[in-house]
Design a protein around this ligand. Sequence first.
Ligand code: M5T
Ligand code: MG
Length: 242
Amino acid sequence: LPTPGTVEFKNVTFGYPGAEAPVLSDISFTAKPGQTTAIIGSTGAGKTTLLNLIPRLYDATEGEILIGGVPLKDLGRDTISRNISAVPQRPYLFSGTIASNLRFGAQEATEEELWEALRVAQAEGFVAEREGQLDSKISQGGTNVSGGQRQRLCIARALAAKPNTYLFDDSFSALDVNTDAKLRAALAEPTKDAAVIIVAQRVSTITGADQILVLDHGEIVARGTHEQLLETSETYQEIVAS
Ligand code: M5T
Ligand code: MG
């Protein structure tokens, strides 16, 4: 892929059109390839908003976001969508086969590659059990699979695209703690050269992250590894205790 995956926020402020107060204020961080950057914080803190700025669902009001040193605005929509896989907080499946859902963003993926993505996403088992397997039908919105299965299929879809930036918005919360742990262990290999940004609710999901950003009311109030934050951040301690 053309662009190395370093994602850099430089003093980014963002407010939704028409709203008076900004939702994100003066956000700066660097998410490097080969590293996991985690974002944690209470509901409404701005985590989803922050992630959504990366594929340009919205543009920053002030400041700049760069990928591989290039400002997002100069990258072009095609490059952005080829390089970034985002698993949204409410993952969406459309009516069609499992294969066609997985190939969204990875049209040329072989069946073998789809199975590999499913294996990593801990979805191989339930797809193998369905009649028709990759050709089994998903109904609109994915209503004929469970919430956790939908989430894992969307993670497999993200993997099949082989991007160099992964955005996971609360993608592991519908999974039991065991599946969550297995999935993240399996992700290590396919994402080893990518910048991975994970929004999490559960602290256990992110204890191994290279850096954790603690977001509170749209501001980064603390950053560091799990161990560092346990020592330095009251907000983080509260999250851990909750
Ligand atoms: C942050 C507001 C929301 C909240 C703040 C997505 C969205 C959010 N907001 C809007 O006004 N319009 C929108 O389209 O922005 O919201 P968030 O980024 O969704 O927060 P979060 O992801 O940290 O929360 P959660 O509940 O997913 O943990 O004031 O009203
Ligand atoms: Mg959110």
